[in-house]
Design a protein around this ligand. Sequence first.
Ligand code: NAG
Length: 402
Amino acid sequence: MRLSLLLLLTVASALVVDPSAKYICSEEDSTDCYPQIFVPTEEWKTIKPGQEIPPGLHVRMNMETLQKEAKLMSEDERESEETPKEIGFNGGESEHFEGHKFENQVPAVYETSDVSTFNGAVNAVLRFGDRITSSSSGKLNEKDINDAAETLVDLSHDLEHGVRLTQDPKIFISILDIADSVGLDLKEKLLRIMGSSLRNNPEAIGNVLKLQNPQFINRLFDYLEDNTAEEVVKKRVIGIIHALSLNNSFKLEYLSLQRGRGIDRLVSVFPELEHSSQVRVMNILEDLGLVADLEKRQEESPQLEFSNFLQSSLHERKVVAEPQFQLYFNKLTQLHKQNKDLKPTPEFLQWLAQEANVRVEGHKDTRDISPENQDFDRQMLQARHEVFGNPNAMRKAYLDEL
Ligand SMILES: *[C@@H]1O[C@H](CO)[C@@H](O)[C@H](O)[C@H]1NC(C)=O
């Protein structure tokens, strides 16, 4: 045992250029040995326990691993370091560490301020999120968080970054917290980060579903029901929901008609959404297999497709629980009142005639006979003629049936 360790150490030392360099080995794992003096590169690297850090490096706390990391500073940064002002991002060229003398250690505050890097941007997001939730009076620098958001918008398309952004649930929570309290432009960017982190990224999706509590998902759906939320915000949120719908457990939990948890909320907001958002909702329903695929529905409008979806859900008895049934019927009515080009299918009309009669005659026994339910039954009968039928025939038929 001892011998093999010694051998390993010898091999490790043999690989090092400078033979006088000293090594430390980790106490937990004696095969994990590293130079006593931290060797910086242009990339962030973890500072191991006991390592000494040469002066003049970027040092920061990695919020994901909670370990300290350091990297080389570029020439520009070193120069501006002498005048302790804000340091701009430079194009990434770095000078070699050796051969330069540095007077001062880099102050800790500086470490996390480079929002043009992934980690710097994430740190900014976490810090802003903290400040918002702790409602401390400290002034938020919206420019900083805006730059951080831009960095993350660019990086979040990358699968690896998408995974990293979702590994710590605090990041997405902070993003939502910040989105709740900033202007439209930044809000849109923040929601876009979430959408593109998740798009076609099963691991990132799994992270969100495993690590976030259901409140997080509810907050997303809340945006859709918020009358003051801008359309582009809703569009981004629908994009996030679409991305999540790739996961089967999410699909079953939120987007199945039986559970109705998320899908009922989509149904509920659909008539008020703008065209492009309606198209996106239909894309979700298509991916769920609830409507025909795009090939077949190319010519159709999202409202026409959505109407057909609601009609068939009702007459094929896919929605039977009373509140869900009423929601789907009411939304169908609303949509047809809004858009006179929509027409009921013969199957739907036939079913509606029966269902409305059964209800008005009080044969829907299994249900509470509450005033609300009776109101609904009357409205259903009325809608049958006024919305889905021939308006001229309405008066006579209505009187006959009453
Ligand atoms: C879906 O999300 C769950 C967490 O809710 C996760 O355990 C599962 O692996 C994910 N499924 C896929 C196919 O990624």
